[in-house]
Write a protein that binds this ligand. Structure first.
Ligand code: NAD
Length: 339
């Protein structure tokens, strides 16, 4: 049967994407909700046909251990809370799907992986682009050498964040969001550079900006830029920002024999992709981006039920957090980091 999943935190992404995806998945279903809100969970539970005793709070979360309807937990909390709640879920004997970024430090990620191993339960990171037809096709094209060896990847994930401050938005709180836009949004650029080249960078050089007297950037960076060099010689220029008037969700790959342009590249929907070779451009539509959410849940459900290999495991989350740490070290020390 399908895997019963308890959804932890009923915020924007949980309500908008995670719960509909679990409901649409053949291999998972929503079995319970965990929330600190006094009214929201009853409404959400009703919408998903859950009984009242499938509503948990953060205070009685540990009791999910004895609830056989729940085989797995999907963590959709602010990032700074991922490690603690993932550990609690493993302690309760459940499998865990955790949203991206995995956590705020490599130490936290290592704790999460150790807890998964100790419990003998699966850990997967919610890296939806690994299940999205445009990004999958782009990766395939690069493996096929469609534009020849990759020379340069230019990628940006940026937008203009509206007025806010640390008392009203966890995304600008360092303890919950880390450095800010890189963990939240730039991670899509970072991941794309790795899956498109199929390589790990050998060195990187980065810079950060933190404008003074802006309540949005009291604790976090407004902008992070990085240049990553890969063993093949390919170079990635990465930019991510919450303070960019020109919104971008873009991946541009230059190969020796052509280019692949994706914009938007990693959105929920509406992806566009153009392949140019010998001066001839073609728009590619490899599938419907909307399938990414349910496919990701199917992949998790299959791993839980059949023990199949997880394509986006905790180790990948840790790999990416380590790279982000290197990016921040480079920016803070103003030097190139060899990896
Ligand atoms: P959100 O602000 O909409 O929701 C966060 C939820 O956590 C809220 O329901 C809030 O009440 C709850 N919460 C519990 N403890 C809290 C605390 N101490 N401080 C603040 N909120 C607390 O955020 P979101 O956009 O749903 O993001 C949640 C997670 O999902 C993040 O890790 C984020 O990176 C990830 N996310 C992933 C994607 C994706 O495309 N994969 C998209 C959006 C968000």
């Amino acid at each position: 049967g399908s895997v019963g999943v308890a959804v932890v935190a009923l915020g924007g992404y949980a309500i908008g994407k995670v719960m509909p995806a679990l409901a649409a998945s053949d291999r998972c279903h929503v079995a319970a909700v965990v929330s600190g809100n006094p009214e929201k969970p009853a409404k959400v539970a009703a919408a998903y046909g859950l009984p009242e005793d499938a509503i948990y709070s953060y205070d009685n979360f540990d009791q999910i251990a004895g609830d056989d309807r729940i085989e797995a937990v999907y963590i959709v909390l602010p990032t700074g809370l991922h490690a603690d709640w993932t550990e609690k879920a493993f302690t309760a004997g459940k499998h865990v799907m955790c949203e991206k970024p995995m956590a705020l430090s490599s130490g936290e990620c290592e704790r999460m992986i150790a807890a998964s191993e100790a419990a003998g339960k699966k850990l997967m990171i919610g890296y939806r682009c690994h299940f999205e037809p445009f990004n999958l096709r782009a990766t395939e094209l690069m493996r096929e050498g469609a534009i020849g060896p990759i020379r340069m990847i230019d990628t940006a994930h940026q937008y203009m964040m509206g007025p806010t401050n640390v008392s009203e938005n966890w995304r600008v709180v360092r303890a919950l969001a880390g450095g800010g836009p890189l963990e939240d949004y730039g991670i899509y650029s970072l991941q794309a550079a790795l899956y498109l080249t199929g390589e790990m960078p050998v060195s990187l050089k980065a810079a950060t900006k933190q404008p003074a007297n802006d309540p949005r950037f009291e604790q976090i960076f407004s902008t992070v830029t990085a240049e990553l060099t890969f063993p093949s010689g390919a170079v990635t220029q990465l930019a991510t920002s919450y303070n960019a008037p020109d919104g971008k969700n873009m991946i541009h790959v230059e190969g020796e024999n052509g280019t692949l342009h994706m914009s938007p590249a990693t959105s929920y929907d509406g992806q566009k992709m153009t392949l140019t070779r010998n001066g001839v451009s073609e728009e590619l539509v490899p599938g419907d981006p909307n399938v990414q959410f349910a496919r990701m849940c199917d992949h998790f459900g299959q791993a839980v039920r059949e023990g199949t290999t997880i394509l986006t495991p905790g180790e990948m989350g840790l790999r990416d957090v380590r790279l982000m740490e290197a990016i921040y070290t480079s920016a803070a020390e103003g030097r190139e980091i060899k990896l």
